[in-house]
Design a protein around this ligand. Structure first.
Ligand code: FMN
Length: 168
């Protein structure tokens, strides 16, 4: 189904609800795009721009893709897509073609070179304007021991939201 552009924060509540459960699908990579489930992210305003910040661990295949091309899409799945969200959050693009396995359809970006997922009713198109690694010495112990027992500290990618699209 074709999508139309909507106001940047129009679907913020739905976006945060889905991100929290079951997760959203981050697509990265221009030549070979790969979907990865994310459960963490932050939408807000920084540097006078709307920003979608996502956190990707260096061990993810997606991390290399984020480093190879400075754009990404965040795709908000429908409730029926739980199995796909789980698959994309447990399998790596290093080993499987998740687009083919999940029978997902890539749609060219409107404002960026990275595609979105046609099956997701909402998507965000973002260009990376800043990135930063989580600094272990600056993190409280409680979070370090809960989320980083083996290191693999996330890189935080700050994506300026260039467009938000929703099914007509
Ligand atoms: C619900 C859920 C949320 C997740 N959130 C994140 C996240 O925010 N950041 C991250 O690096 N990995 C997250 N993961 C793990 C990755 O999705 C998972 O390791 C995936 O297989 C990596 O795919 P890739 O190697 O193709 O990049 C999450 C997994 C699930 C199931």
């Amino acid at each position: 189904m074709a999508k139309k552009e909507i106001a940047t924060f129009e679907e913020l509540q739905e976006t945060l609800n889905r991100l929290n459960n079951p997760g959203a699908l981050l697509v990265a990579g221009k030549e070979k795009s790969n979907p990865m489930t994310i459960g963490w992210g932050s939408v807000g305003i920084i540097w006078g721009r709307p920003i979608f910040a996502v956190l990707v661990r260096p061990s993810r295949f997606t991390h290399g893709l984020m480093e190879s091309w400075p754009e990404f899409t965040v795709n908000i799945p429908s409730l029926e897509m739980d199995k796909i969200v789980n698959f994309c959050g447990t399998k790596s693009g290093r080993d499987v073609d998740k687009i083919a396995e999940c029978k997902l359809t890539l749609e060219p970006g409107h404002k960026i070179e990275v595609p979105s997922l046609a099956e997701c009713p909402i998507h965000y198109e973002c260009r990376i304007v800043h990135k930063n690694n989580v600094i272990p010495s600056e993190l409280i112990n409680e979070i370090t021991s809960e989320f980083y027992p083996s290191g693999d500290f996330h890189t935080v990618y700050f994506g300026e939201i260039l467009g938000v699209y929703r099914n007509k």
